[in-house]
Design a protein. Sequence first.
Length: 368
Amino acid sequence: MANIIVLGAGLVGGVMAKDLANNHQVTSVDISRKNLDKLNGINKICADVSKKETLQNLIKDFDLVVGAVPGFMGYQMMKDVIEAKKNIVDISFYPEDPFGLDKLAKQNNVVAVMDCGVAPGMGNIILGHHNNLMEICNYECLVGGLPEKREWPYEYQAVFSPIDVIEEYVRPARYVQNYNLITKEALSDTELIEFDEIGTLESWNSDGLRSLIKTMSHIPNMIEKTLRYPGCVEYLKVLRESGFFSYKEVDINGKKIRPIDLTSKLLFPKWEMKKGDKDFTVMRIMIEGIENNKNTIYQYNLLDRYQNDTISMARTTGYTCTAVANLILDKKYTQVGISPPEFLGNHFDFIKKYLEKRNVIYKVKKIL
């Protein structure tokens, strides 16, 4: 039994703490007493981990750190943990280049796995697995987390920090086409796509490839697109183009405010998952290439729904992370430095089975 500290007790962090507590001693830390009060049978500490000294004092006696803080805190949090010479698995979707911490992690003999959720996360692990077995020419990932109940105007609910969600709508989207890195604005190239048991969803470019652009540069075509209910994108574009997602301060009656802060404050009550709300996660991955001298396509499909009083996006994100946490604790993954999830391709079978035990099922179809 290991001693684990989970930083962040939101919807995903709380689910990870509960899962790990089945086999380990777990302490959950959050600045919100409200979040901590939802956890039972777990040690709880109310603290601000954005303060370096506080964070490093908190983690000094633990075997592993699991990061589930908002993206804007993620990079600095991971840096502070690495400086304290603690292994970490993290789901924070921060904008900075994680490889900027690789040298520090190696100097401190730290195993640091980043972006370890569903996408990025499990999608990367699947790609890493097939990269070991075939010559890949095309990778496409379509992914989204959506509420079962559609409510006007956005038909969306968020399990992550509202600023993290909005960041996805403004951060330039990168994809790879014929080995060339293409950058477009977020929310671009919308397409309507049909999914079994769901119907029509709308896809748009997002910056989900992340580390794959660097680590899988030998693959000529790679793209990830986000899925929402049709029509949602147009509302988001209007807000973005009107400046509501801007980080640049504006003066209102002598007070300086960032539009993004006001927008987050207004939108979060509309996007917040409330008691009784149910969601689902849908993902379709297509991997095409040469395997055993034959053109081969692998299609992965995930349709996961709210169950056991646990929202789907927290399950699909959190359980990928806790699977990898167990690999590190069992010393089955020991690579020092920054590890994006694709580095864990050799552990695909373990992670897939770990998820299946929690009823997160990736169905795979091979097309020759």
